[in-house]
Write a protein that binds this ligand. Structure first.
Ligand code: KIV
Ligand code: ZN
Length: 514
């Protein structure tokens, strides 16, 4: 019997701390449901004390997730812990994750506390968290640069106070695999009550070693890994969930543990997180990159055709790259559409929502011969976006683009219950369209990112556009999909403007403040 390796996903907390990756409450619910289908054990949904928006998001995720534990982060402060406990009240299973820094530099420069005071705060925080839930995780922040003797003292004290998971973070990504693995083995051997808690790791990728450090820790006894979809996270990111999970699964000969992850859901999660955050996945990214299973060299292709094991160590379908996906088309009926959506894990909240999605599907099928799973996922994104509060809607867009002529665009928007039309010229059709919209909405925001990805192959594929706008320190991502990328761009821009005009949910304070 192998041990269980607990997979703790922090895409919606640490991942969200990457500049530009902020997520709305509804986006977090979608990601939360996808992580539940992936069978993640623990979903860290946010940092409730950071802002009212964060609190509401954690609360909303806690209410909808039934099959995974939902976790909220809290500094070792009474108010943070109470807010986390409050936000998690509706959860089927909840965890509070509290932390305080233990490295000399953090204790002196950031906390201005003595080591004894740090231990006191840690113990008090864990005891307080236990009043809300039996599942309490403690992290000595910057453990990678902390003194091992001191770590032993803090960790022994928090286990006595009721911590059930001890998470060892390499906060600044400073560790090296062999040394990090040895630290885990030493802590587990030296702390007298170590057997009363699960050891976890949380590695950052500043030296590109987050996955290697996490796996080294697992080989030395850690039984929880904190990770994120696509390796999203502060600075260079966190350990990538898909890489950790597939390494443990593929090399089951060397790991004495297994996860309960349904690996076939990995790709869907990766695409969802990439679409929502606007962080594209590089083509050569392990597991989820477009080229991860592509064999270009003739000699490789020949080998794979004769026997796939010659060059493939994993099966593409095992991580969600399905070779024979069921394709829908314009003759597919409502039942076929609904049943494929159910297989993809989407449940419609009402008959009206199903009808709306089906109408969008029919419109798309008129323009595009074959509808793939990725197209269906884009339809769901559109239905979700339409359910968000929208002050501005696209009614019509007319573009004139001709060689040797200056492109012009005329846009009609529903703008606070009125129809408004304006036109603009631009460097190209997209530029002219976005300038025409901006003439009406006048956000004066800076365009921080504009990216287009084709959802499937072929020139009739839908283009999925992400627009990131920045204004007065606030960053929002807008999304739009259409077979016409100019229209997709206009939809994405309008989506971003709607978000910019919604109440400011900026996080305050940040994790590093204490
Ligand atoms: O990197 C870090 O130290 C963290 C902790 C809150 C676990 O994110
Ligand atoms: Zn972190």
């Amino acid at each position: 019997m192998k041990d269980r390796l607990v997979i703790f996903d922090t895409t919606m907390r640490d991942g969200e701390q990457s500049p530009g990756a902020s997520m709305t409450r509804d986006e977090k619910i979608r990601i939360g449901k996808a992580l539940e289908r992936l069978k993640v054990d623990v979903i860290e949904a946010g940092f409730p004390a950071a802002s009212p928006g964060d609190f509401e998001s954690v609360q909303a995720v806690a209410r909808v997730i039934k099959d995974s534990t939902v976790c909220g982060l809290a500094r070792a402060l009474d108010n943070d812990i109470d807010r986390a406990g409050e936000a998690l009240k509706g959860a089927a299973r909840s965890r509070i994750h509290t932390f305080i820094a233990t490295s000399p530099i953090h204790m002196q420069m950031k906390l201005n506390m003595t080591p004894e005071q740090v231990i006191e705060h840690a113990v008090r925080a864990v005891k307080r968290a236990r009043q809300f839930t039996d599942d309490v995780e403690f992290s000595p922040e910057d453990a990678g640069r902390s003194d091992e003797d001191f770590l032993c003292r803090v960790l022994e004290a928090v286990i006595n106070a009721g911590a059930t998971t001890l998470n060892i973070p390499d906060t600044v990504g400073y560790s090296i695999p062999q040394q990090f693995g040895a630290t885990i083995a030493n802590l587990m051997a030296r702390i007298p009550n170590a057997d009363k808690a699960i050891f976890s790791v949380h590695c950052h990728n500043d030296l590109g070693l987050a996955v290697a450090n996490s796996l080294s820790a697992v080989m030395n006894g850690a039984r929880q890994v904190e990770c994120t979809i696509n390796g999203l996270g502060e600075r260079a990111g966190n350990a990538s969930l898909e890489e950790v999970v597939m390494a443990v699964k593929t090399r089951h000969d060397v790991f004495n543990c297994q996860t309960r992850i349904d690996t076939r859901e990995i790709l869907t999660c990766s695409k969802l997180v990439s679409t929502i955050t606007g962080f594209p996945v590089q083509p050569n990214k392990a597991i989820v990159g477009a080229n991860a299973f592509a064999h270009e060299a003739g000699i490789h292709q020949d080998g794979v055709l004769k026997s796939r094991e010659t060059y493939e160590i994993m099966r593409a379908e095992d991580v969600g790259w399905s070779a024979n996906r069921m394709v829908l088309g314009k003759h597919s009926g409502r039942n076929a559409f609904k049943s494929r959506m159910t297989q993809l894990g989407f449940e419609f909240a009402s008959e009206a929502e199903l009808n709306d999605a089906f109408a969008r599907f029919k419109q798309l099928a008129d323009k595009k011969h074959e509808i793939f799973d990725e197209d269906l996922q884009a339809i769901i994104s559109e239905v979700d976006l339409a359910s968000e509060e929208e002050q501005i809607k696209l009614i019509a867009l007319k573009v004139c683009s001709e060689t040797g002529e200056i492109p012009t665009a005329t846009v009609t928007l529903q703008w606070h219950n009125q129809e408004v039309i304006d036109s603009s010229t631009g460097g190209g059709a997209v530029d002219a369209s976005l300038k025409a919209i901006e003439k009406i909405v006048q956000t004066e925001a800076t365009l921080a990112l504009y990216s287009v990805n084709n959802i499937t192959n072929g020139t009739d594929a839908q283009g999925e556009v992400t627009v990131r706008l920045e204004k007065a320190g606030r960053i929002v991502n807008g999304l739009g999909a259409d077979t016409d990328i100019v229209i997709a761009s206009a939809k994405a821009y309008i989506n971003a403007v709607n978000k910019l005009q919604s109440p400011d949910q900026r996080r305050h304070p940040q994790k590093g403040d204490v």
